[in-house]
Design a protein around this ligand. Structure first.
Ligand code: ZN
Length: 488
């Protein structure tokens, strides 16, 4: 007979069943089920269905009133920057480049990268992100890389450690013997919990110096993530260079892809590569209008990403919501310009859930079933259930509820690789949160003093251009009349 779970240790090594959930499986053969159970045995999803018969000793989670969905997959996040969460809310892309290329970013020590990565890794679990691609471009030395990886290894979630170094050219750091030694030392035995990749950009130098880095990736057999079509930084020249030199393949994932020509979109689609949309980033930093409409037009598979919490939201609910909002806002704008009304939305709630799950699996070169609730696959699951919240009932449209009503505060349970890491709204990561708080406090103190108080303050509050208010003839008339009356 099934028992109720009481404490974290109750979960260890025992089958687990979610009872009476609304299940958004993202698996087209299963669909969305109401009043369904999902059984997890060892690391795997063992059964999905109504009133499942479960093994003796199975622990039971009452999922009634909740939505069970696959773990979300964030395909592009600069995790170390979480150390300065929210600092740059009013930045432009120019402010960001100054911050990370010239000023503060260069001052990150290995322990600061560790602190940021640890906090971001814990946050992933807390917010239902079961796999995160760490676009780790703050690795000025391999000591920084060791620190970044040490932090990821503290948290039993899935990660893709995508090595980068914005302080150096990719052709230099990737061919440095220290990089190869690091790879041999730390990444010789990657698992399905931790895989490895490389992250760098191709700005368009006709000499294509990045060739050496592509060759290293090919030799190591690892995928590449690159910011493509980011207005003012990367564009068609980079895509053409990759294509002409034989490196525009399905082993490259393109981040942002907002500002490219039709030819480049066709080339990316033909290569079989996926895109990573960071919609809040594209809306705020201007890499190009969030291109879900273009990717749809050219048939390029979409995943979603957070990019950086130094600036924007750090959860996939925001990523899903902003993607739907941006796509629909554009449809309305185009219709209004033609004096028409939108009568049918193209992008739907279930589409952005698919982008955030199965689409993410594809973009990190995994089988899409990693982002689905599919029998026989690894169990990465998120239960959204919050009985105390007036926002969590009624649930009449499960996909719409996840995208527009729920938030990360409503996450009840997170299972990664069959292991319960969050239950009843509380993280089961022992003392890691306190450790991360202490490490972050030390890092923030250090950075503020290393940068200097004046620069610190100036970069938090970038200068503002005043926009004049349009002259309003109605206000002007009222003013004139009252003034005229007073004078007479
Ligand atoms: Zn990025």
């Amino acid at each position: 007979m099934a028992q109720q779970a009481q404490s974290p240790s109750d979960f260890e090594g025992r089958p687990l069943v979610f009872r009476n959930a609304t299940v958004i499986s993202v698996d087209p053969t299963i669909g969305t089920l109401v009043g369904a159970d999902v059984l997890v045995v060892d690391q795997l999803i063992s059964a999905v269905g109504q009133r499942l018969i479960v093994p003796d000793g199975t622990l039971e989670i009452d999922a009634s009133g909740g939505v069970l969905m696959p773990g979300m997959i964030d395909t592009h996040r600069h995790m170390y920057q979480t150390a300065m969460r929210g600092f740059g809310a009013d930045w432009t892309l120019t402010d960001y480049f100054y911050f990370y290329y010239v000023n503060h970013g260069s001052k990150f020590r290995p322990q600061d990268v560790y602190a940021g990565n640890l906090l971001a890794a814990i946050e992933s679990v807390d917010s239902g992100v079961t796999t995160t691609l760490d676009w780790s471009h703050g690795l000025q030395t391999t000591d920084h890389a060791d620190a970044a990886l040490d932090a990821l290894e503290r948290v039993p979630a899935r990660f893709v450690f995508s090595y980068g170094n914005l302080a150096g050219a990719p052709q230099d750091w990737s061919t440095d013997p220290a990089f190869k030694a690091f790879v041999n030392r730390r990444l010789g035995h990657t698992t399905d919990m931790l895989s490895f990749g490389m992250s760098f950009d191709v700005p368009g130098d006709p000499e294509f110096p990045e060739r050496a880095a592509f060759e290293v990736a090919r030799e190591l057999g690892v995928p590449i993530s690159t910011h493509s079509g980011a207005w003012g930084a990367t564009g068609d020249a980079g895509i053409l260079l990759m294509a002409e030199h034989g490196f525009l393949t399905d082993q490259v994932t393109h981040v942002h892809v907002g500002s490219l020509s039709p030819d480049s979109y066709h080339r990316i689609a033909a290569s079989g590569a996926s895109a990573s949309l960071a919609t809040e980033s594209e809306q705020n930093a201007g890499q190009g209008y969030p291109p879900s409409f273009r990717l749809r037009e050219y048939g390029i598979p979409i995943s979603l990403s957070i990019d950086t919490s130094v600036w924007w939201s750090a959860d996939m609910f925001s990523a899903m919501r902003s993607t739907l909002n941006a796509d629909r806002a554009r449809e309305h704008l185009i219709a209004h310009e033609k004096k028409e009304t939108v009568t049918s939305n193209i992008l739907r709630a279930d589409d952005v859930i698919r982008f955030a799950t199965a689409g993410g699996a594809r973009a990190i070169h995994q089988d899409e079933s990693l982002g689905r609730i599919t029998v026989g696959r690894k169990a990465d699951l998120v239960l959204i259930k919050n009985d105390a919240s007036p926002t969590m009932f009624p649930i009449l449209n499960p996909e719409g509820h996840v995208v527009f009503q729920a938030g990360k505060g409503d996450i009840h349970t997170v299972v990664i690789n069959g292991k319960v890491l969050k239950y009843d709204g509380k993280l089961l990561l022992h003392d890691l949160v306190a450790e991360a708080q202490a490490a972050i406090a030390e890092t923030v103190d250090y950075l503020e003093s290393a940068v200097g108080a004046a620069d610190w303050e100036a970069s938090r509050h970038p200068s503002k251009v005043e926009v004049p208010i349009t002259i309003n003839p109605y206000q002007w008339t009222e003013f004139s009349e009252s003034e005229a009356g007073r004078i007479s």
